[in-house]
Design a protein around this ligand. Sequence first.
Ligand code: SAH
Length: 478
Amino acid sequence: MPDNKRKNRPDNKDMGFVCKKNDELVLDIEDLGSEGQGAGKIHGYILFVKDALAGDKVRVKVMKTKKNYAYAKLLEIIEPSAWRTEPACPVAKQCGGCQLQHCKYEKQLEWKRKKIEGCLKRIGGLEDIEIKPVTGMEVPYHYRNKAQFPAGYDKDGNIITGFYAGRTHSIIPFKNCLIQHPCNSIILDIVIKYMEENGITAYNEITHKGIVRHIITRTGGATGEVMACLVINADSLPYADKLAQMLLDNKNLSVKSICININKDKTNVILGEKVEVIYGTPYITDYIGDIKYHISPLSFYQVNHSQTEKLYNKVMEFADLKGSGTVWDMYCGIGTISLFLARKAAKVYGVEIVPQAVEDARVNAKLNNIDNVEFFNGAAEEIVPLQYEKSGGKLKADVVTLDPPRKGCGEKLLETVAGMEPARIIYVSCDPATLARDLKYLCKKGYKVEEVQPFDMFCQSYHIESVTLLKKVYSSNG
Ligand code: SAH
């Protein structure tokens, strides 16, 4: 019988007394935490349980206690939640990359919508905002067009590739990741065969010896073009021509680019700076809508092609451009949103911190014969305020798009954006918590949230992407 005696203790100011390490408890899971872990309460004290779902009755073991919450390990599902489903992937639990595969897809979407709603209320103080149902995928698998697989050895000395077991660097051999493009397992089989046949070693993090560190694959969502890139701890890859031939001989792959990336540093960072082409072009080509992009091994590109297209169309709809108007696209990456909007705008300015991405953005503009775009390289929170100051406050925009990394935008940039007085701000977010913080600030600066449309870009994981339309109510310039 589980020891539930502690449950009956009177509430204590130091809530940590409600349970202690190694206690075994029976718990009703009521909700999911921000990273998809189950959350249940005992006398108001929260326990987070990985792999538990809202609606489960579970037996758990307390692993770590904090003042107001604890982490517990799932021992047994006593009564399963109606949300439960058998994960399609046999290693879903070990891997930890898909935190929600044991949850029915429609419930994943429902929870993700609520997650945004909760953040907007709690962090943003924004009540009564309409958050549309999450746009999901018809088949929420095999959507990732980019993968990075570490190479190593099993205990018998066989070369393996797969994924790192959650929060460790030990490789679990597995080649058929269900959220990855099906091309990947073919590429991995070929690379391993090439390594075995030609005596190419896998890298060892501890001894810093061995050659192949990672195998990176990219596939064009619209074109099916394939790139294989081996990250190596050497200046060149022995018998590279053999690898190229083996990949080209496979009729199921449309290989356009085979590269090596040289990384001889003792580091956890996957990619080095130098890329050399073994076969084909240093990029693959892909389309989003009718805009063409060159994608190199180092450039950022959204991982879910079909959902990205839907998201960009929503950005286009929210921008409501009629062929005129000035757009500033902050955090523009390789210019994807900039080029999408440029066809309906008079001028688009993109701002991006990674120099390589800005180079790609300029190439992509030329590739599509788009000449009403201009890209700035630097931190948006520095470049935009600087341009604004230089113009003596005359820098204006009709539409501003913001697509920051998880940490969000920060006040310095948002203050300048509000000063530019765009009629519409479109905020593309991959983190509802920082979105809520930034929306709160923009609302204080004269903007109103009109609509929030979430998109499930990272199906089976706890991540959620969203596009928010804000409209100007009054000018913060007075
Ligand atoms: N809008 C693009 C990229 C979005 S990802 C797309 O849809 O593909 C976020 C981008 O912000 C990345 O390209 C990253 O390099 C860039 N970035 C991160 N911090 C930045 C900063 N402080 N200023 C400008 N760009 C930044």
